[in-house]
Design a binder for this molecule. Structure first.
Ligand SMILES: Nc1ncnc2c1ncn2[C@@H]1O[C@H](COP(=O)(O)OP(=O)(O)OP(=O)(O)O)[C@@H](O)[C@H]1O
Ligand SMILES: [Mg+2]
Length: 422
């Protein structure tokens, strides 16, 4: 177990391009950190710098407070789990798991090796498959063998680079929850690279969002979702994405393509002096006005619109409406789309409606929007104007406390069952 400290890490490849640019993160002992961001933002590079497969151009990397910049990968005692598992097809599951111990020639007795492999297999529910070959296993089982290899080494930390991207959707979900439970049980520090939103949001104690090698925000999933620091994080986290529409402040109200929105004064104050702001509204802030409590209605704004189409998903439905942005707003949307790695950010608003809603496309419909929740962004810098750092920090603190409690519980449970066994 170990803490990992990244101090102002920079990676420049041969052509001088900074793939990782001044990234600092303090990873706590036992913490599960996720690195996310669009393709090419430097996630794998950062992970490879930690494990020692890539030189560090500038900055310091500390493991348990000790500088390891110049240490070879094998001396860092970190275990990497790759996307393609790198299992040996001619070896049994047992020998695949035992491999790292065999590699350290003579260091581990046969008895010790057997003990560790059996324990790892039990944790991963692989005991009955130990004599089989990787080719005869399912994707999920292979994944577990790869994890078993990391476990027997008793590494100080696990590093994962998109370990589930080869699996189908169902297995991914299954493996996701297995990895999560196992990480808690072992309490081992983990850094996990993905560009899958769901993995990021469900696995991470904290999620680090990267854009073009630069760390945008690191926070608990809830803080990222509720208190994003800028328009990039706001647009990247959440599916369907947050809607961005231009707004102008006039006479204490916000004028938008949805009409006049009355938003809380303390938020409006933040837009002071700006001619135009970007208004961020998550799809679920909208509802069919007919389905909103009369008592709640005055807390938001009701407006009439036409949806271009709707999609019914059973538990909810999506509605879409187009809007015609001013040219400067269109430019802004385009550059945001480029950052988010999307082809084009359509001037379109997506709303999530209750599955019972009878609103259909092509007819006038009354929608309600919860204006208390809207975000405002500076259109020039992209920074949030309405972020509440204290509320955000409290959300992350909560998540950290939850993790400590869970690891504590898992450890005392393991102790209790260990005492029973002996
Ligand atoms: N060996 C290399 N030489 C030169 N440039 C590289 C090398 N490896 C990566 N890069 C560049 O560094 C940047 C970051 O790459 P990296 O592989 O870390 O991205 P990533 O976030 O893992 O992307 P993906 O989600 O596609 O895996 C990219 O712009 C890439 O072109
Ligand atoms: Mg990568």
């Amino acid at each position: 177990m170990a803490s990992i400290t990244l101090q102002n890490l920079v990676k420049k490849y041969g052509d001088g391009f900074p793939a990782v640019n001044d990234v600092s993160i303090d990873i706590d002992d036992g913490e599960f950190i996720i690195l996310v961001g669009p393709s090419g933002c430097g996630k794998s590079t950062l992970l490879r710098m930690i494990v020692g497969l890539e030189d560090i151009t500038e900055g310091e990397l500390l493991i348990d407070g000790e500088r390891v910049n110049d240490k070879a990968p094998r001396d860092r005692n970190l275990a990497m789990v790759f996307q393609n598992y790198a299992l040996y097809p001619h070896l049994t599951v047992y020998e695949n798991i035992a491999f790292p111990l065999r590699l350290a020639k003579g260091k581990h007795s046969e008895e010790e090796t057997n003990k560790r492999v059996q324990a790892a297999a039990a944790t991963l529910e692989l005991t009955e498959h130990l004599e089989r070959k990787p080719a005869n296993l399912s994707g999920g089982q292979r994944q577990r063998v790869a994890m078993g290899r990391a476990i027997v080494r008793q590494a100080d930390a696990f590093l994962f680079d998109e370990p589930l991207s080869n699996l189908d959707a169902k297995l991914r979900g299954q493996m996701r929850s297995e990895i999560s439970q196992m990480q808690r049980r072992l309490g081992v520090t983990s850094v996990y690279v993905t560009h899958d939103q769901t993995e990021a949001m469900t696995l991470g104690d904290r999620v680090a969002v990267l854009k073009k090698g630069i760390l945008q925000q690191i926070a608990s999933p809830r803080e990222l979702y509720e208190e994003p620091t800028n328009i990039f994080v706001a647009g990247f986290i959440g599916s369907p994405s947050m809607n961005f529409i231009p707004g102008q402040v006039e006479n204490g109200k916000l004028q938008t393509v949805l009409g006049e929105l009355e938003i809380p004064q303390h938020k409006l104050d933040k837009a002071e002096g700006k001619k135009i702001v970007m208004v961020g509204i998550r799809p679920e802030f909208f509802e069919d006005a007919k389905l909103v409590d009369e008592a709640k209605k005055p807390l938001g704004a009701t407006f009439t619109t036409r949806l271009t189409h709707t999609e019914w998903l059973g538990n909810e439905q999506y509605g879409y409406m187009d809007f015609d942005p001013a040219p400067e707003v269109r430019d802004l949307l385009n550059s945001l789309a480029k950052d988010l790695d999307a082809d084009e950010l359509k001037p379109q608003i997506v709303v999530t409606l209750d599955s019972a809603s009878r609103i259909r496309a092509g007819r006038d419909a009354e929608l309600w929007v919860d204006t208390r929740k809207v975000h405002l962004f500076d259109p020039e810098t992209g920074n949030s104007l309405t972020r509440d750092p204290e509320a955000g920090a409290a959300l992350t603190q909560e998540a950290i406390q939850d993790r400590q409690d869970e690891i504590e519980a898992a450890r005392s449970e393991a102790n209790a069952s260990g005492q029973q066994a002996s």
